[in-house]
Design a protein around this ligand. Structure first.
Ligand code: ADP
Ligand code: MG
Length: 347
């Protein structure tokens, strides 16, 4: 394999797991992050602590690497474009521009005749009144949301607070009466070859992923349709690397895309133990220009996310040979912070 150094923007658990996959493939890693405590530095070959707007540090980072990728989508697109002028950056910044903006993301999907929740773009309280047919609904900031941050449930017009000043743009989404949530993780290579992992069934609590499992308990039709949509989306975006499509299934078994994550995804953590090649390894392979390898499922599996102080009891537990505990080694425990996960392989 060629001698290659990969730059990774972001140093959380996804960055850590990407670095570990890179190590396995003998790819060197340089992580840049605005979190001096970011756990990925425990696994990277080099670590640069910097604000993402610091152009000198970004330059230093660019000079050290052959290709750049990232672990989260909310990086200023301007920075990604500066990097793109000098080094290959995958997935491409123009993809990020679409996906980190809920309005552009939903329009992109609807243009492909893929259903999403019913939605409207919101700039003022008046816009909510005009779209009251979307209530009960969820008001979401148009950009910069994650793990339910920047979301407000609106059951009726009475929930609009007088002091909201709408300094940001929002979208209002009709609340879906959920039957299930699933996700499809897909890795696409530069020669248009793809590997689509089987759909994963997810349970969220307080808008944060709590539990994932394969196989998902869904019909053959939804299995195929969710994979086909993911493939179409990846192709239309000319996506290279691993991405994830999050879906809602409503009470009438309609399949709606919730959102696209242009990166490896929390629900795909079980691929580390349940497949011979994980979502992380496939991402590294794709962005570094390696060949696609044959992917094989080893086992059914379930994954439990460990949030906040729950980590303490998991650190003290003992595990069987089918249980895999991952401690993200985050220095501070915060309420609802993702601290680790456990994957249990099942028959
Ligand atoms: P984030 O960008 O923070 O991941 P999401 O839009 O994916 O936000 O929402 C997080 C979770 O909140 C979803 O996985 C789902 O459980 C719930 N949720 C979000 N929007 C809706 C909706 N319109 N109807 C029902 N549940 C929703
Ligand atoms: Mg989400």
């Amino acid at each position: 394999m060629p001698d290659i150094t990969l730059g990774i923007i972001g140093s959380g658990q996804l960055g850590s797991l990407l670095c570990q996959a890179a190590k396995k493939l003998k790819v060197k890693t340089v992580v840049i992050s605005d979190d001096s405590q970011g756990p990925a530095q425990n696994y990277s070959d080099q670590f640069i602590f910097a604000k993402y707007e610091d152009k000198v540090k970004i330059k230093e980072f660019i000079n050290k690497v052959d290709v750049v990728t990232y672990e989260f989508e909310n990086i200023p697109v301007e920075i990604l474009k500066i990097i793109e002028k000098e080094k290959k950056i995958l997935p491409k910044p123009n993809i990020n521009q679409i996906v980190q903006n809920r309005k552009l993301e939903k329009s992109f999907l609807n243009d492909l005749y893929i259903k999403t929740t019913k939605w409207a773009f919101i700039k003022s309280a008046d816009d909510i009144v005009k779209n009251k047919k979307l209530l009960p609904g969820i008001l979401k900031t148009n950009t910069l949301g994650y793990d339910g941050h920047g979301q407000f449930v609106l059951n009726s017009l009475d929930d609009i607070k007088k002091d909201w000043c709408f300094t940001a743009d929002y979208i209002l989404e009709k609340k879906v009466d959920l039957n299930k949530e699933i996700s499809v993780v897909i890795s696409r290579f530069s020669n248009d070859k793809t590997y689509t992992y089987e759909p994963i069934e997810n349970i969220h609590k307080d808008q944060i992923l709590k539990h994932s499992k394969i196989p998902a308990d869904i019909s053959e039709e939804l299995f195929k349709k969710s994979q086909a949509y993911a493939k179409l989306i990846a192709k239309k975006l000319d996506y290279i690397g691993t991405m994830c499509v999050e879906y809602f299934i409503d009470q009438d078994n309609n399949l709606l895309v919730n959102e696209i994550a242009p990166r490896v995804h929390n629900s795909g953590h079980l691929t580390i133990n349940a497949f011979n090649i994980s979502q992380f390894e496939n991402h590294i392979r794709a962005v570094c220009g390696f060949n696609i390898e044959k992917v094989k499922k080893i086992s059914n599996a379930e994954m439990i996310n460990i949030l906040g102080k729950e980590i303490k009891e998991y650190r003290d537990k003992s595990y069987t040979k089918n249980e895999f505990f991952f401690d993200y080694e985050k220095k501070t425990i915060k309420d609802k912070r993702k601290m680790g996960h456990v994957t249990i392989l099942k028959r």
